[in-house]
Design a protein around this ligand. Structure first.
Ligand SMILES: [Zn+2]
Length: 277
């Protein structure tokens, strides 16, 4: 296999008509897939999708937006988040499946705030669920897959996550869909983390992510699609899928002045190290 999509959601409803084809297509193109859960049912679905398939793995956990019920309405997603408390024993039992390679996506999301809660209430609830998932990752020696989204123009959630990682010390972790600057990236690298990059890098006009790509050692980058979201060109605006991780690799190769093959090979190896495959 030549590429590793470390973060896809073929387990979500966006793929209910053609899950099988989408997975088969990616596997035939040489892409290893992690399907990532966002709460109980989607985590279970991610595990179900590993059955009878080589090179398909699952990451299970509770996304911070699902710790609170609210209506999410954005360019690429519109749904009512279903509130759930992190059920430690449920996820621990699910993680007993050998194809579960990580816990997440978990973390902090201060971008999408419900109208009926204060920021402090949201922070407390999300932090609690995040800490529990770090505890599970430590107990089971699994990689932690971290979601981080800040309030516009700030680095608040990144700072809070750094603080928690320093005290809680999960065994291995990645910052999925990294969107901050090189200074911030270095602080996660110092803690031994990996930087997860997806289609966002191809539409960032600020040049900030280009700096991250140029400076970050290839040994610490893992690739992802976050499908069905964030499709890179030439599929911008369409539904994303694991096979398109190749365009993320292509862009990194261009920015770093490396061959496409080298980026594929090294980032796949990185992901295998991170997820102990
Ligand atoms: Zn995701």
């Amino acid at each position: 296999m030549k590429l590793y999509d470390t973060h896809a959601h073929v387990n979500l409803a966006a793929f209910k008509e053609d899950r099988e084809e989408i997975i088969t297509q990616a596997l035939q193109a040489g892409v290893i897939i992690n399907n990532v859960g966002t709460q109980k049912d989607t985590s279970k679905k991610a595990v179900d999708l590993t059955k009878g398939r080589e090179n398909v793995y699952a990451v299970i956990g509770l996304h911070p937006v699902h710790t609170i019920s609210q209506e999410i309405d954005e360019e690429e997603s519109h749904f009512i988040s279903r509130e759930e408390h992190f059920d430690y024993e449920y996820y621990k039992a699910l993680a007993g499946d050998p194809k579960v390679v990580g816990i997440g996506e978990c973390g902090l999301d201060y971008y999408r705030l419900p109208e009926d809660k204060t920021l402090e209430e949201v922070k407390t609830t999300q932090k609690q669920a995040f800490l529990e998932q770090i505890r599970l990752a430590k107990e089971l020696d699994k990689a932690l897959v971290i979601h981080c989204r800040t309030q516009n123009g700030s680095v608040d959630a990144y700072e809070d996550i750094l603080e928690l990682l320093k005290t809680e010390k999960p065994p291995r972790f990645e910052i999925h869909s990294f969107t901050s600057n090189w200074d911030m990236a270095q602080r996660f690298l110092e803690l031994g983390g990996y930087i997860g990059l997806n289609g966002i890098i191809t539409f960032d006009k600020s040049g900030v992510l280009k700096e991250v790509i140029k400076n970050c050692p290839l040994e610490r980058i893992v690739l992802e699609t976050d499908a069905p979201y964030l499709a890179p060109p030439p599929y911008r605006g369409k539904r994303n899928q694991p096979e398109y991780v190749q365009y993320v690799a292509q862009y990194i190769a261009e920015v770093k002045g490396l061959s496409f093959e080298e980026v594929c090979e090294k980032t796949t190896l990185n992901a295998k190290t991170l997820f102990k495959i």
